[in-house]
Design a protein around this ligand. Sequence first.
Ligand code: SF4
Ligand code: MSK
Length: 642
Amino acid sequence: MLETKDKNLSKLAKKSVDPAAQEILKHAEAEGISTVWDRFKAMQPQCGFGLSGLCCRICHMGPCRISPFADGPQRGICGADADLMVTRNLTRQIAVGTSAHGDHARSVAHALILAAEGKGGYQIADEVKLHKLASEWGIKTDGRKKEEIAKEIGHLALEEFGKQEGTLRFINRVPKKRREIWEKYGLIPRAIDLEVSQTLNRTTIGVDNDYKNLIFAGIRTALANGWGGSMIATELQDIIFGRPRPIRSQVNLGVLKEDEVNVLVHGHEPVLSAMLVKASRDPEILAKAKASGAGGINLAGICCTANEIMMRYGIPIAGNYLHQELALITGAVEAMIVDVQCVIPSLTDLANCFHTEIITTSPKGKSIGSVYIEFHEENALQIAKEILMRAIKNYPNRQRNKVDIPKEKMDLVGGFSTEEVFTFLGGKYRATYRPLNDAIINGRLRGVAAIVGCNNPHFPQDYGHLEMAKALLKNDVLVVETGCSAIACAKYGMLKPEAAYEYAGRGLREICEAVGIPPILHLGACVDISRILTACVEVIKEGGLGVDFSDLPVAGAAPEWMSEKAITIAHYVIGTGIYTVLGGPLSILGSKNVTNFLCNEIEELLGGKFAFEPDPVKGAELMINHINKKRAALKLRPMMYQ
Ligand code: SF4
Ligand code: MSK
């Protein structure tokens, strides 16, 4: 068990530092309701072979396991050693993560085509972005209707998954120096599905038996996510639903309402959640809600789909990954509507303790015990209304004696994008990254750090995100966040502009004050880590901070990661040349060679590498040291105030 180093945390705070979570956990214990933390405890001690990556089930001569200790077997039955065993397992995880974001992007491309055809209730909300992408992809725009252009973009995006020749279109965004590095090591990703499928083939028994060769295949597959699947999802979502703009909202379980139909949307794909927003504002649906005795419909989100609809429509966020069970235990949720990813299987059993219905919507993501209403983009709005009607009908079944809604809720400002940061920093009429680059060059700002990723019961919920962010801000590092990390810091008020006074060092505080931004910028959902890549491209283009990602005084971290998606993200980030700190280690510690390769040697080749550090403050120190090293290499001025 990877315990926090902070021995002062109470027993409850070792599960979650969020007071709302603590209240519900007490309630759950009193009622004998089991949560992820109970199952985590029951699972101890966890399997050392699994943790270290030394268990193999790839063929049926096995399963095999290798002892990390000298007196045990050192090879599997086929002869695979520890290096190969951990690498095959790791590379498979990368392929899964890439497939997840790829599938997400595919459904968005489909929705864009429907929007172009005027079907499903989708629209083309951002024509500027549509034209920008069209010109980037060489699509003719003169004299053409936006629908025609959108349809062509949608089809070209779909080709990015299965084309048999060429490389991904977004590789054109990559600075020259980085492309040369990728060319040298054969890392330029081709089609997304091709990379996933070939990587899986390479990990089967008797194909790629060279662990370094396989790691590079894994990194190329990860790059097909960052510069492919995720980037397509982000760009096309912006075209359909509009580019996010800074917006106010609220977060935590206190956003649930005693007197309204509470509908939670959980998962990842805005093709569903954005339609639920639209349906929830329909006068007919609102009238039905009132007729059921409720004051209205209160739509709120969990996990990344929450980020998607918060940053575009200001819909409140009920919580991050480890809040999904807790939200149900409030007893105040009429329906939780889910699509795919991060929706844990315990939800349906848990919902049985209450009147709550879990509504699954995707043929890819069913759950025994759920109500299944299949979502089709073609009839999106109609299905969204049908789902909400079901929630409304369930409102009178709420058992008032079981309701416990914590009071905690917090204001936040979210919804930054590569383009909006641009405008904010440069002013409306002088959109440029120059002020950001100059602030770093002049030593007002030390650099930029991205904190992303999940919650994980190996760590106290949110603790890693908060403590790491605080340590970075104090040292004049601007923080950008996505996914559950952004939700974590938002819960504690760190995404309000005023947070700069409490948490930021003097240089960062001056910038936040001048520009009117929070010291932590919420850039969206997990797929929107692609926004961080494009923002870095803009910084490089602006000049003065080197010619490649590996020159920049930046670093990334995922202090509480748990998902295979986080593994692929981490690999496309180091593959792009950026130093990355992970709270829990990858399951590779069973191989000294692989660990040394990914945490040391690879930096010489690609410019990025991993560090594993469970203590978030020490993790922040590692990032600051790295940023300082990059500042020194660029010969930037000493920090202004330290
Ligand atoms: Fe064992 Fe090799 Fe089969 Fe893996 S691939 S299960 S190590 S024999
Ligand atoms: S939702 S992948 S728990 S960040 Fe993107 Fe949160 Fe991690 Fe899921």
